[in-house]
Design a protein around this ligand. Structure first.
Ligand SMILES: [Zn+2]
Length: 474
């Protein structure tokens, strides 16, 4: 566990030129396993928890988080929301650079305002520098394993209380620390929760948004603790929610002049489409149909069913359903993206090219969609597409420098052109982004011999060759 946490610190200090750091690195320390089916791009974090990459959901998260982060004075920090493919309700901050939220939390939140409320609270932790101080506390408490930090110190409550923590390695690992340390840390965590609540309400007020979603959600979660003796959501473990905390939050929230402000309908629709997407990708077809029965003709219901059909049913039927969606919203890039993805995965890369080209255009060059288009172009085996794929991949990698699969595609594209030097460099970058430093250095070394000394590509290869291999010690 500990060595998996090290890359975060090592990478954060690395020079920008070598910051091929994986976004997913921050999540690798989590022991987790998720279902295989995930939206658009799913990145299996190496040895860790799967991260969901999806342009539509990420753009929505950015729109939810941006005003809050700005109000907190964190607009310049480039804080990213990372979506984890986990059905349990959870959201947390760890390193000051990312807000993690589980797909399960997004799915459970009925309104944008509820997710925004969670972000407001988490941003309160970020603004308060809580995680950094928690790290220090844990460093002082030497018997603590870092897992306590990662799973949330509050997990100790659950672990100690349940005494079993069946299937929860965290709870078991956390059983060990002495109770005195537990008590001092718990008191500390509770103080942080109160501070984050207060800060969260402040950010919501500053952005003229209602704190109602936050209160509703926390009340719902607190009730769950009352009525279920086991299997409480991890969010409650990282954010202990005793009744007095929720009551105090409600009093404070109700004094907000924005208590009755509602989410704009357009935002609510995007939220509903996101939930439909998560259902279609992550849930069994029967569950999707129960949630979105055929009698429901809303756009989100049709979206969920179309995705479910493509994942589990016939391709032609799915394409007909997706075409129906495109007819309803011809300028929605994500319907075109879905069509392209269904065709690509269904073994029709050539047919995927046209919808993905439209999706790239409509999304104003969303990098994840550019990568999928490049993948389709390369899968057609047409040599004439290699140059276009290379252009798309470079465009995507400028904004997403941490995608191993994009480098792999890039290596293929250069290989197809017979440009072995650049193919080697791209393969080295792919290995580096995967965290395989050894292979990365070997390939980069080979690339260096093939590239003109001092050229930009040679410098990139040289960067990889000279990266220090992190020492894993505990
Ligand atoms: Zn909290």
């Amino acid at each position: 566990m500990i060595e998996k946490a090290t890359p975060i610190r090592a990478r954060r200090g690395a020079p920008a030129a070598r910051a091929l750091a994986m976004l997913t690195a921050a999540a690798v320390a989590f022991a987790g396993a998720g279902p295989a089916a995930v939206p658009a791009h799913a990145q299996q974090a190496p040895r860790g928890l799967p991260v969901i990459r999806d342009t539509e959901i990420e753009n929505l998260m950015r729109d939810y988080a941006r005003p809050i982060l700005k109000a907190a004075g964190l607009a310049q920090q480039n804080v990213r929301v990372v979506i984890l493919n986990n059905r349990a309700f959870n959201a947390f901050v760890m390193d000051g650079r990312h807000i993690f939220i589980n797909a399960g939390a997004l799915f459970d939140a009925k309104t944008p305002n509820e997710v925004i409320g969670v972000f407001a609270h988490e941003t309160g932790h970020l603004a308060g520098g809580h995680m950094m101080r928690l790290r220090e506390k844990l460093a002082q408490a030497q018997t603590q394993s870092i897992i306590a930090l990662l799973l949330g110190v509050g997990a100790m409550v659950a672990g100690a209380r349940a005494g079993s923590g069946a299937g929860n390695i965290g709870a078991a690992a956390i059983m060990a620390p002495q109770s005195a340390i537990q008590r001092s840390l718990l008191a500390y965590v509770r103080t942080q929760e109160d501070q984050a609540d207060h800060a969260g309400i402040k950010f919501l007020n500053a952005t003229h948004q209602s704190p109602r979603g936050m209160v509703d959600l926390f009340k719902r979660l607190a009730n769950e603790t009352l009525f279920s003796s086991q299997g409480t959501d991890p969010y409650l473990q990282t954010h202990p929610m005793p009744a007095d905390r929720v009551a105090a939050l409600e009093v404070l929230a109700k004094s907000s002049p924005y208590w009755n402000v509602k989410d704009p309908p357009a935002l609510q629709l995007r939220h509903d489409l996101m939930r439909a997407k998560l259902s279609g990708f992550l849930e069994a077809p029967g569950t999707v149909l129960r949630r979105y029965p055929l009698s429901n003709h809303s756009l989100p219901a049709r979206y969920a069913r179309a995705i479910s059909t493509y994942r589990h049913g016939g391709l032609s039927q799915a394409i007909a359903q997706i075409d129906g969606l495109i007819k309803s919203e011809p300028n929605n890039p994500y319907f075109e993206e879905l069509k392209g993805q269904a065709l690509l995965e269904g073994g029709h890369p050539a047919r995927a090219v046209a919808p993905l080209r439209r999706a790239v255009q409509l999304s104003h060059d969303a990098p994840l969609i550019e990568i999928m288009l490049a993948q389709s172009l390369l899968a057609t085996n047409g040599k004439q597409f290699a140059a276009e794929a290379i252009r798309l991949l470079h465009s995507a990698l400028r904004r997403e420098p941490e995608m191993p699969e994009a480098y792999t595609q890039l290596a293929m594209a250069y290989g197809r052109k017979g440009d072995l030097a650049h193919a080697d460099l791209a393969s080295a970058q792919a290995a580096f982004a995967r965290g395989d430093t050894k292979t990365a250095r070997q390939l980069a070394e080979r690339a260096k011999h093939r590239l003109p000394v001092g050229s930009p590509a040679w410098v990139r290869a040289d960067d990889i060759v000279s990266v220090k291999v992190p020492t894993h010690k505990r």
